[in-house]
Design a protein around this ligand. Structure first.
Ligand code: M6R
Length: 367
C-alpha cells in the first residue's frame, strides 16, 4: 500500500500535486474567473453580514489556519483570529451570530476541535469545517463543509492534508472576496491561474529531494535549531519546526524573524543551524537583514528563497534552496514542501520510526 515508497509519509509528500488538483477540481468555473463552492449553504446576504472570522484547529491544521487568517484578511478584508482549539474553548471567546467559525481538521475527530465547534454553535455562530474525512464528527456537525480531497493520510506527520487545507483556504478566501466584492473576477482569474501552476511547481521541488536529503543528514547531527520567517513565511516556519520535532525529535523553535533581537538572538552561537524562509518580496530586505544578524553570530544558514533571488541571498547564507516563483499568498503551498522533506530525511537519518513517532497518535480523540 505504500506504492513503492519506504514510508507513508514520503508517499503522501509525493501525492501533493494530485491532492492540489483534486482539491481544486470542480471548484473553479470553466472560464477560470470565479470560485464555485456549492457546498457552502450561506447566502450572499449571510456572507456579507459576517463581521469576524475565528479559525480554530490543532497542530498542523492550526498552522494552516495561520495562513488562512492572512488569506481571508487579505482577500476578503474580514478580521480573523486563529486559535489553537484547546485554548479557544477555555478562553470564553467572543462569539456572536455574525462570527463565522472555521474549524480545520484532517481527521474531523480531534476532541478539542470538536468541542470548539460545539461551543461556537452554542453561541449562535455559523460553523464551516475544512476536513479531509467525509462523514467525520466535524463534518457532520458543521453547517458547511469543504472536503479537502487529499485522500487518506496514514502517516502521523501531516503533509498532504496541510497543503490541501491551504488550497481550501485560497478557494474560500477568493469565494468570500468575490461575494463581498473586495476582489473582482480579473483578480480571481490571476490567482486561479497561479494556483493551477502549483502542482507542477511542487513536482519540480520533489525532483530536488536528493539535495534536501543531504541537508537533512547534516542537520540530523544537531540537537537544536531555529526556523525564521516573516508573515506567511513565519507560519510556514512554524509548520516546518513542528514537522521536524515530531518525527526527528530534534528540538527546534520557529521565530518571527523580527523578534530575534528581543531574546532569541542570545541563543545563536557558532554552527547552530538556522533555516530561513524568505519568499515574500515585500519583506525580503527585512528578512535578509535578520539573516545577516544570525550569520554574523556564527549561525549556519539555509535559506528557502524565490527563484531569481538566489544570487543576492547566496552572499549571506551557507546553503540555499530555490522555490519556484508564485504569488506571495500562494508561496506557503510550495515552501513547506522542502521542510517536509527535511523533516522526513532527518528522521530517517536518526533511525526513527518515521510514520509512527513516539508518544503520538494520528487522531487525538481525547483531550
Ligand atoms: O486531524 P486533525 O487535523 O484535527 O489533527 C490535528 C493535529 O493533531 C495534527 O495536525 C498533528 O499536529 C500532526 N501530527 C502534525 O503533523
Amino acid at each position: 500500500e505504500k506504492a513503492g515508497f519506504d514510508h507513508f509519509m514520503l508517499k503522501e509528500i509525493y501525492e501533493q500535486p494530485k491532492a492540489y488538483r483534486n482539491t481544486m477540481m470542480g471548484r473553479i468555473s470553466d472560464d477560470g474567473r470565479s470560485v464555485v463552492l456549492n457546498e457552502i449553504g450561506m447566502t450572499a446576504e449571510q456572507i456579507r453580514a459576517i463581521r469576524k472570522v475565528h479559525i480554530v484547529a490543532c497542530g498542523t491544521a492550526f498552522h494552516a489556519g495561520l495562513i488562512g487568517k492572512t488569506v481571508i484578511e487579505n482577500l476578503a478584508r474580514i478580521p480573523v483570529e486563529t486559535d489553537v482549539a484547546s485554548e479557544y474553548r477555555y478562553r470564553s471567546p467572543i462569539i456572536t451570530p455574525d462570527t463565522l467559525v472555521i474549524v480545520v481538521s484532517q481527521s474531523g475527530e480531534t476532541a478539542d476541535t470538536l468541542a470548539a465547534l460545539r461551543e461556537a454553535k452554542r453561541n449562535g455562530a455559523r460553523v464551516l469545517a475544512i476536513t479531509n474525512v467525509v462523514g467525520s464528527s466535524v463534518a457532520r456537525e458543521a453547517d458547511d463543509v469543504i472536503i479537502t480531497q487529499a485522500g487518506p493520510e496514514i502517516a502521523v506527520a501531516s503533509t498532504k492534508a496541510y497543503t490541501s487545507q491551504l488550497i481550501a483556504f485560497y478557494l474560500l478566501g477568493l469565494f468570500l472576496a468575490e461575494t463581498i466584492g473586495t476582489r473582482d473576477s480579473a483578480y480571481v482569474a490571476e490567482v486561479v491561474s497561479a494556483m493551477h501552476e502549483l502542482p507542477e511547481q511542487v513536482e519540480r521541488i520533489l525532483e530536488s529531494a536528493d539535495v534536501l536529503k543531504q541537508i537533512a543528514e547534516s542537520l540530523a547531527k544537531h540537537n537544536n535549531l531555529f526556523f525564521i520567517g516573516r508573515g506567511v513565511d513565519f507560519a510556514v516556519a512554524q509548520e516546518g519546526s513542528l514537522k521536524l520535532k515530531e518525527i526527528s525529535y530534534i528540538h527546534s523553535e520557529a521565530y518571527a524573524a523580527g523578534e530575534l533581537k528581543h531574546g532569541t538572538l542570545a541563543l545563536i552561537e557558532e554552527g547552530i543551524p538556522v533555516i530561513s524562509v524568505i519568499t515574500q518580496e515585500d519583506l525580503y530586505e527585512k528578512t535578509l537583514s535578520n539573516i545577516k544578524e544570525v550569520k554574523a553570530r556564527g549561525a549556519h544558514v539555509l535559506a528557502l528563497v524565490n527563484a531569481g533571488n538566489e544570487e543576492e541571498v547566496a552572499k549571506s547564507v551557507d546553503e540555499l534552496f530555490s522555490i519556484p516563483k508564485t504569488l506571495p499568498l500562494l508561496a506557503p503551498a510550495l515552501s513547506v514542501v522542502p521542510l517536509q522533506l527535511i523533516a522526513y530525511y532527518a528522521s530517517l537519518a536518526r533511525g526513527n520510526d518515521v510514520d509512527k513517532p513516539r508518544n503520538l497518535a494520528k487522531s487525538v480523540t481525547v483531550e
